[in-house]
Design a protein around this ligand. Sequence first.
Ligand code: NZQ
Ligand code: ZN
Length: 396
Amino acid sequence: MNFEFQNPTRILFGAGVLSRLGEVARGEGQRALLVTGGGSVKRNGAFDRAVTSLKKAGVAFEECSGVEPNPRLSTVVRGARLAQTKQCDLIIALGGGSVMDAAKVMAATVFHEGDPWEMMVHSPTGTRLPTRALPIITVPTLAATGSEMNKGAVITNEQTVEKSFVIADCLYPRVALIDPTLTLTVPPDQTAYGVCDLMTHVTEGYFNGSDGAPLQDRFAEGVLLTALEWGPRAVANGQDLEARSQVQWASVVALNGWVQAGADAVGFPVHMIEHTISAIHDVAHGAGLAVVNPAWMRAAATIRPARFAQFAERVFGVGHAEGNELERALSGVQRFEDFLRAIHCPTRLSELHLDGTLIERYARETLQTIHDGQGRLPGRPAMDEAAIIKLFNDAR
Ligand code: NZQ
Ligand code: ZN
């Protein structure tokens, strides 16, 4: 193993930490842009509690509401302009991954001359990574993306129908206030998609990484086992604060860089394929992953059966008596898919109401967005267009 790891985001975790928002914000700025989504935080009282805390601490704020799921570039530009006009010196994101991602890119756009799409990894004009951003405080209201404690953001360009991402050190939030009570109102479907998303963050590293990071394997398996234990409870009873807390912590750890450190993963192929679907059809990210991931795993398991058999054994208890290595590997994938179905995730394109007629376009546009030197999707295995088309046909 050979790696560097640093995550500077300070975490405050626990029921009720939202009340400390004002105190925390006062240490970072004087006038905040408070970014929210389509209204859930108004309906469940989180917005009022945030405002009360800010007022008590004497932190002024401007509101930027209406960030949509799969947040759009035009929304980022709108928020950044507002931050500039109102001379905000701090960005607070109160919402799900979409709100946090949009807020992060707003924070960088304030200093970016030109089109913020240039900051994205797949910008046609060549990427201009941001090096400066306003300080960011994240307050997640949905356990899924891990955006609250990482340096990534995913944005959709609604004009070109592309979904791309930026990863830059200046996007690390200064502070993440992670209050599981804020997730009590997340509906069962979004809760389940979040569980699928966090598990997929871990499986991407586990299956596309090297075999030489056994401790990282154990961390990854720990996150997966935690999601298997507590995810269904959070889906079945949204008011179960203990389940919400365990799922939320798992979602933070799944993509704050810790589990992936040293695993040397090649690509994030399931995500890259899913992003094409959510760019075109605006489906929920975690729902798209639930369709793509089992199909991707079935294809990859034939290439790396030993690693998938390890996953099957350690995460799903598939014993050595249950067949040869490949059979055990495929049993693990089946049990993962069964789990997703048990928490009511879609696992077929048809369940996303997609008839499969655009499969060739999905494959082509995925590779337009990201490819290695030989035109293949990075991952283990690297996949060409025909392999991605086959994967989608298997997921119809
Ligand atoms: O918009 P509001 O009204 O807030 O409603 C949202 C939205 O409709 C609702 N919601 C959020 N918190 C709620 C709630 N409803 C009731 N009670 C609450 N407490 O849930 C819906 C979905 O929200 P969204 O933010 O879109 O979901 P998620 O957190 O799954 O974020 C998805 C986005 O993150 C990107 C995805 O591509 C997608 O654009 N990702 C970001 C990553 C990152 N930055 O590291 C990594 C991920 O792999 C992912 O790609
Ligand atoms: Zn994800």
